[in-house]
Design a protein around this ligand. Sequence first.
Ligand SMILES: NC(=O)c1ccc[n+]([C@@H]2O[C@H](COP(=O)([O-])OP(=O)(O)OC[C@H]3O[C@@H](n4cnc5c(N)ncnc54)[C@H](OP(=O)(O)O)[C@@H]3O)[C@@H](O)[C@H]2O)c1
Length: 282
Amino acid sequence: MILITGPTGKVGQALIDALLAKGAAFKALARSDASAKALEAKGVAVVRGELSDLASALKGIDTLFLLSSSADPYAAEAPAVAAAQAADVKKVVKLSAYGAHADAANPFFRGHARVERLLEESGLAWTSLRPSFFMQNWVIYNAAAIQAGQPVYANAGTGRMGSIDVRDIADVAVAALTEGGHEGRIYDLSGPESLSQGEVAAKLAKLLSRDVAYVPVPDEAAYQAMLGMGMPADYTWALVTLNQAVRRGLADFTTQNVQLVTGHAPRAFDTFLSENLAAFQA
Ligand SMILES: NC(=O)c1ccc[n+]([C@@H]2O[C@H](COP(=O)([O-])OP(=O)(O)OC[C@H]3O[C@@H](n4cnc5c(N)ncnc54)[C@H](OP(=O)(O)O)[C@@H]3O)[C@@H](O)[C@H]2O)c1
């Protein structure tokens, strides 16, 4: 039996849909009544619990999908790895991130690398999924500004990124969770093309038949603007260093892994934007 953590988030919702479509046997972890209700409405079997205290949720589970959304992935996920070792879990599929490296400037990347290392040393079978930026970020973080006719600001310069649709991450996760042959593998995952923020804005402008501006800003301006929105300083700095990495070209890559693992091509940004055009319209 598979347990999905983070089932109500961006990747998690896509993964639940993909597992339901496949008819796979799984349960999903919910930490609140609202999350439990939303999952049960889809016909998903729910186990209540927190990542920090997974022992009872792991009863009868042999395969764990591990996802957290913390600024400190190690603090959030290390207790879950320990709980998996203590239970009868055989395999962990971890949602990591492109750029995961012990010496990375970005704390998300460092934290993910530490969890990967923990899994390597755990005695559990593991697969690590390292996606590029999610296409869905454009709806979640930029749609309101675009609806209001305002520019998108970021300290990413003209750096390109091989953004991926979370549905493709989910399809790779389904394969890693339900098939053999993915153990001990790290999959760098991207969409089919590497694009700058300005190039995505231009695609959107064409689809909307109006201007959509991307304005690169310095790190300090991005930092102060996010602080001004009430975001905590350490999390804000983590986001600033994410875009620094983009500006320096670290995210400018594409891989064949979605095609190789799932047998289908990764979804294109044009397709994603066309499907989600209403979110950007006033
Ligand atoms: N965004 C990107 O472009 C990007 C790119 C590469 C990698 N990543 C990685 O993707 C991960 C985030 O995935 P996402 O964006 O799909 O997440 P998300 O949308 O933020 O959703 C987080 C999920 O985790 C659950 N959750 C959070 N804390 C929990 C806890 N303590 N106990 C139990 N459940 C908890 C949430 O449940 P509730 O519904 O109860 O809140 C929700 O289901 C991060 O590790 C990030 O580094 C992101």
